[in-house]
Design a protein around this ligand. Structure first.
Ligand code: PLP
Length: 395
């Protein structure tokens, strides 16, 4: 088998890239997969090499063949100059903000951001002298009016992981760049397979690899890809913070990478099937899913995204909390838990009113977020159908 050329790495389509990038039989002595290289110490053959600072691997915190394999593959599918790995999705958000911001700077943060990211902005970033303003995710090019002379970063998340507003990222990026600000996107919902972040003006793209890259709910991992303008600064910041992910987690993520497109496409197909089914239920007020033609974010989603994942939300018609609990507590196939993107289906009640500050969240009824897995769709519908019967009995 011929070694993959640089030309082939860019020519191949995404499914082939996911299978072949980041592995090289020369490094792995012929074995198919890159093993989890464990290690703190890396040995140097002689003083000259030690002093030359040219040896590829020097110490465990600075990268291993395992982390390089994933970073290289992720950069290729993201269209990025480089990718850094950290131990969780939240850590990826944190390092991207630490890269872009300094004391005295101002950050524009979408009101739809992953809630724990707000804690970092409101507490640690504030303590470091960075001020955060939350903005309406649907602001579009109106972001220009919110820019201050010291605005150095604009953070977007599209769609928001609970409320699923689709942001106009190219318009926001154009305004931010005209102002000299860096654009950071949490791209976890779409992954680079369904939204090409850097081609749409994003400087640093965050991915919680915990979700679709892992796909099996058994690891935590964060990735930040960056364009040529930002990668050196990102890499330096992450290197100085010395927070490498565990080798086993990176190894498992590489395994997830090989099947990510298949799982994602299936999650999309199953998610849409369930979204359509829920839309027709008498207990449901509204389904929030950007790929549904009547969703408010549909036009922008269609313009910028090439697919939807299996994560979407549902607004139920007003009903007492005990009825929602009766629905959820008796489910056989949908687990309740704070993550998503695994092979198993999940559902979680959520309420954005607790933390929103720039926009008002008033959906008109109790809200549930679904992460649709790989079970048979008919079994999933039957499980929910029984749930709706319990809801009606308890209302
Ligand atoms: C959109 C989004 N970004 C980031 C994260 C954080 O990822 P992690 O759980 O790996 O810290 C999450 C987790 O739920 C998320 O939903």
């Amino acid at each position: 088998m011929k070694k993959l050329s640089d030309e082939a790495k860019t020519r191949l389509r995404s499914r082939s890239r996911l299978v072949h990038l980041g592995r090289d039989a020369e490094t792995t002595l012929g074995f198919v997969n890159v093993p989890p290289f464990r290690g703190s110490t890396v040995l140097f053959p002689d003083v000259a090499t030690l002093k030359s600072r040219k040896q590829r691997y020097t110490y465990g915190t600075h990268g291993t063949p395992t982390t390089d394999a994933l970073s290289e593959a992720w950069s290729a599918i993201s269209g990025a100059a480089g990718t850094t790995l950290v131990p969780s999705g939240l850590a990826a958000i944190v390092v991207s903000l630490m890269t872009a911001l300094s004391a005295g700077d101002h950050l524009l943060m979408t009101d739809s951001a992953y809630q724990p990211a707000r804690n970092f902005c409101n507490d640690t970033l504030k303590r470091m002298g960075v001020e955060t303003t939350y903005y309406d995710p649907l602001v579009g090019s109106g972001i220009a009016a919110l820019m201050r002379p010291n605005t150095k970063a604009v953070f977007v998340e599209a769609p928001g992981s609970q409320s699923l507003e689709v942001q106009d990222i190219p318009a926001i990026a154009a305004s931010a760049h005209a102002h000299g600000a860096c654009v950071i996107a949490d791209n976890t919902w779409a992954t680079p397979l369904f939204f090409s972040p850097h081609a749409h003006g994003v400087d640093m793209a965050v991915e919680a690899g915990t979700k679709y890259l892992s796909g099996h709910s058994d690891l935590l991992l964060g990735l930040v890809s960056a364009n040529a303008q930002w990668f050196a600064r990102l890499a330096k910041t992450v290197d100085q913070m010395a927070i490498p992910p565990g080798p086993e987690d990176v190894f498992l993520a590489l395994r997830g990478l090989r099947t990510m497109e298949l799982r994602l496409r299936e999650a999309e197909r199953q998610g849409l099937a369930l979204a359509h089914w829920l839309k027709d239920r008498p207990e449901v007020l509204r389904v929030i899913h950007p790929a549904l033609p009547d969703d408010p974010g549909h036009a922008i989603w269609k313009r910028d995204f090439s697919g939807s994942s299996g994560l979407f939300s549902v607004v139920l018609k007003p009903t007492p909390e005990r009825a929602v609990a009766a629905l959820l507590d008796g489910l056989e196939l949908f687990g309740m838990g704070y993550s998503w993107g695994g092979y198993e289906s999940l559902v979680i009640p959520f309420d954005c009113t607790n933390y929103r500050t720039a926009t008002r969240w008033a959906p008109g009824g109790p809200t549930l977020r679904f992460s649709v897995g790989l079970e048979d769709i008919e079994d999933l519908k039957e499980d929910l159908d029984r749930g709706f019967q319990r809801l009606a009995a308890a209302a």
